[in-house]
Design a protein around this ligand. Structure first.
Ligand code: AMP
Length: 278
């Protein structure tokens, strides 16, 4: 069956097949990372719905909402090639009524690390994701580990609000040289791209250490060596479920997460590692 493009709830109802639905929420400008999520979704349900929506609610006033890449025709081709059943592509007007009042608050975890740099970002993410769940009514939804704090917060939302959707996390897809795929990579010049490689290099340097202090130090040293064109926002080593910093005696999984600006482009990356292994 050919790919169906749905613009609103009525279109989605018409497109429903009767089996289990897996949803892959995206902002479009689709790349291999998104494709890996689609394949995982395909393995988990009868029907795969990909949403393509640049959500104004999750961008701050000085962020890149207006210049965020919009490549809908190419995105449709990617979805077609991946055997996606339905692309949900609503307008902002359809998603947000002008008189809307109610939205979600991400709570404390929404205000730390990435949330500290992007106030309100996770409130906007959770609000749109819950709306997408209500519109598409999936039994499964797939999110990338690339946005580790987002994934943790969505798991939290589903638990705290008893949302009947299974959340599946997918590993980060990288270029051969380590750069994590991102729709924002297309803003990078070749020189910027070389600087950006310091992010994944810093994560690998952290992975080679065992103790929290040494892990943070190794990552920081790589980022400092990248020079002044890399404007570091944060390097943190946090608990995967709460995103609070782990102490020196912590043993088990932790997320080493980094954010930096290169020119006008802000990039994030992370890796899950085992701290103080037995
Ligand atoms: P975005 O379109 O950037 O909002 O991302 C949509 C989904 O794709 C999110 O769940 C992201 O975490 C995921 N994603 C983005 N980049 C990657 C990547 N390099 N590898 C795996 N998943 C990714």
């Amino acid at each position: 069956m050919d790919l169906i493009v749905a613009r609103n709830r009525e279109d989605l109802v018409k497109a429903r097949g009767g089996g289990e639905v897996a949803l892959v929420p995206t902002m479009g400008a689709l790349h291999e990372g998104h494709r890996s999520l689609m394949r995982l979704a395909r393995s988990r349900a009868d029907q795969v719905v990909v949403s393509v929506f640049v959500n104004p609610l999750q961008f701050g006033p000085n962020e890149d909402f207006s210049r965020y890449p919009r490549t809908f025709e190419a995105d449709l081709e990617v979805c077609r090639a991946e055997g996606v059943d339905v692309v949900f592509h609503p307008s902002a007007e359809d998603m947000y009524r002008p008189d809307r009042q109610v939205s979600l608050l991400a709570g404390r975890m929404g205000e730390i690390v990435e949330g500290e740099s992007r106030p309100g970002h996770f409130d906007g993410v959770l609000t749109v994701v819950l709306k997408l769940f209500n519109l598409v009514q999936p039994s499964v939804a797939v999110f990338g580990q690339k946005d580790a704090q987002q994934l943790a917060l969505i798991r939290r939302m589903v638990a705290d609000l008893d949302v009947p959707v299974e959340i599946v996390g997918a590993p980060t897809v990288r270029e051969h040289d380590g750069l994590a795929l991102s729709s924002r990579n297309r803003y990078l010049s070749e020189d910027d791209r070389q600087v950006a490689l310091a992010l994944s290099r810093a994560l690998r340097a952290g992975e080679a250490e065992r103790r929290p202090g040494a892990i943070r130090e190794a990552a920081r040293a790589v980022l400092a060596a990248a020079g002044p064109r890399l404007d570091l926002d944060y390097v943190v080593l946090v608990d995967p479920a709460t995103f609070t910093e782990v102490g020196e005696e912590h043993a088990g999984e932790a997320v080493l997460a980094v954010a930096a600006r290169i020119g006008a482009t802000r990039l994030i990356d992370n890796v899950v590692l085992t701290v103080n292994p037995a």
